[in-house]
Design a binder for this molecule. Sequence first.
Ligand SMILES: NC(=O)c1ccc[n+]([C@@H]2O[C@H](COP(=O)([O-])OP(=O)(O)OC[C@H]3O[C@@H](n4cnc5c(N)ncnc54)[C@H](OP(=O)(O)O)[C@@H]3O)[C@@H](O)[C@H]2O)c1
Length: 252
Amino acid sequence: MTETKAVITLITGADKGIGFATAQALGKKGQQILVGARDQQRGEQAVARLKTAGVAATFIQLDVTDKAQIKAAVARIKVDYGYLSILINNAGIALGSHLPASQMSTDTMRQEFDVNFFGLVDVTQAMIPLLKAGQPAKIINVSSNMGSLGLASDPNSRFYKVSSLGYQATKASVDFATILLSKELVTEGITVNSVNPGWTATNFGGRPSDAPKPAGMQDVVTGAAQIVKMASLPLDDPQTGTFTENEGTLPW
Ligand SMILES: NC(=O)c1ccc[n+]([C@@H]2O[C@H](COP(=O)([O-])OP(=O)(O)OC[C@H]3O[C@@H](n4cnc5c(N)ncnc54)[C@H](OP(=O)(O)O)[C@@H]3O)[C@@H](O)[C@H]2O)c1
């Protein structure tokens, strides 16, 4: 008799928005979901909602900027499961509104980099031993079309006139992490890919939950769809070092 190993999936920032929708969809496909959240109450409420929907979910306290919490999360996953199959680096913030780059505060940019880039790298580096123990395994980095250098420099792209230096630079940096880690980890049975959710109706950037959805803004299930697709591929699927969205491949 062959035993099938459970797919253990950690999602950062999974208490709401795209992270929560991803948790719900992957949980319904049978993955064991570790709900990373910095706020205990919101995290536990998310777990309760997932359980009501029939998902096997567990709360893991994880502020991605808090190295002690990252260490504790690694220790807990090691004791409870011994490995990790999928890490979805979803937690993210956008603080700087759209301003000319010459006027963007570096203090604001530093806060964005702490969460979106350094937090992502710290969590990833800490989780790699658990992913190696679970290999074949996947890392999915939630990036953004706003971080695409190709789109930002293309006069025919709608992103040509977008200017949000901190957020855009954090996501371009996330993509650099994807490229370098994908090459480093390919021999370890771990794939690393970036995904753009697209413009999605969440609380992102301080958008209120009851705000009307402007034309072109997609619902959260559609926003999670490409992440869910990548995380649902067989764990030994060799695709690595890609940047995709629902519509296909994006330029870096
Ligand atoms: N919505 C869009 O249009 C869009 C487009 C492209 C890319 N994205 C990306 O999609 C990802 C998810 O965004 P979303 O739209 O779902 O936004 P959201 O509803 O604001 O959710 C963001 C999540 O990140 C968490 N988070 C923030 N700082 C954190 C920290 N220090 N440690 C751990 N978690 C933290 C939040 O936790 P709290 O509940 O505690 O705040 C929340 O769970 C982000 O990486 C974002 O850049 C979004």
